[in-house]
Design a binder for this molecule. Sequence first.
Ligand code: HPA
Length: 396
Amino acid sequence: MRVAFSACLLGEAVRYDGGSKPCPEVIALANKVEASPVCPERAAGLPCPRPPAEIVGERVLLRGGADVTDAFTAGARHECAAAQAAKIPLAVLKKKSPSCGIGLVYDGTYTGKLTAGDGVYASLLKKEGICVVTEDIVKSCTPSVEHPVAIVLGTGLGHLKSLVKPVRRIDYHDIEGFPADASPIEGHSFEALIGTVDEVPVVVYPGRVHLYQGYTAAEVTALVRHAHHLGCRDIIFACATGSVPGNAQMGLGILTDQINLTGRNPLAEWDGLRDVDTPFVDMNDAYSPYLRTIARGVADDLGIAVEEGVYAGMLGPCFETPAETAMLRTLGVSYVGMSTVCEVIMAKALGMNVLGLTLAANEAGAANIDHQSVLAEAEKHAEDFERLVRGVLRLL
Ligand code: HPA
């Protein structure tokens, strides 16, 4: 996978003050991918060191007033064209800078204060559909013993637990809020494994409970709150789904967004609310664009066929009628399942980085789907699913 990086984050002395801003987590990522160091100011031929530049309205001005908009724009265009030519899907950029800043940039007072906006280069990359993130996103997604990656496995995907070198096991019934009477359905097991997969610290939950079993949204999200308490910042949800004909094929998928059609929400239940600052959670980018882009890159590198699409969560447990399937197609849904949506809401409310992976094991609305056929289809894709998850973990 090819990734562009602000050269200063990799330790190159290209900043206005003649220095760099090396970030260990970013350097670690750069060492695992095909890294393209980028500095739009360097590409523009600006001297280094130089006075600091900030965005003032539509212009880029040096302290002292010189207008360097044309140079910044030329450098940004040059580097953006290079990223497009190299089909780069992801750029890790230095936050706040007038070229590379994302969402927040220095405000033109040269005092360190910030204002909403993107740097010139970041804004061009965004327009081209390239995923841009700051070093803070890479840091927040980097696992450690204190911050393991949580992995919640759904129907037919539980075999991934065999990859874990466990150091501790936790019976789900010892997890606060997990329903005391719950026992696993076929293909699930109710023991969390804390340990490593390929040396990456993980907590694997090889099964879940569902709303359709009569549990509340607070109960089905107990594992998410548990993972958060353990320090997990990344959480991977894997679920079996039906693919909506016309919008997705059967096989592996990366979830890009969701529609919660269950009629339930953990944030409407007191138990779910206890841990969160506000129930009015912003659900934009609920499925982390950074993690999605990493997953896409891994799949492409490994030659694993993976589609992407929107997930609709139904209450279940019956499968969809043809009319419901037609409705889902019209709504732009690619994958339909009976889990995940409440868990993603909970994880987003807790500020976690979510990756959603699915195995579409049947066509939604088809006749004669049953739990056994879902398990049998999942088995066929087990190896690719495992390679995909391991590949993602390697890059975190
Ligand atoms: N619909 C809903 N949930 C599912 C399906 C489906 O077709 N397949 C597996 N889980």
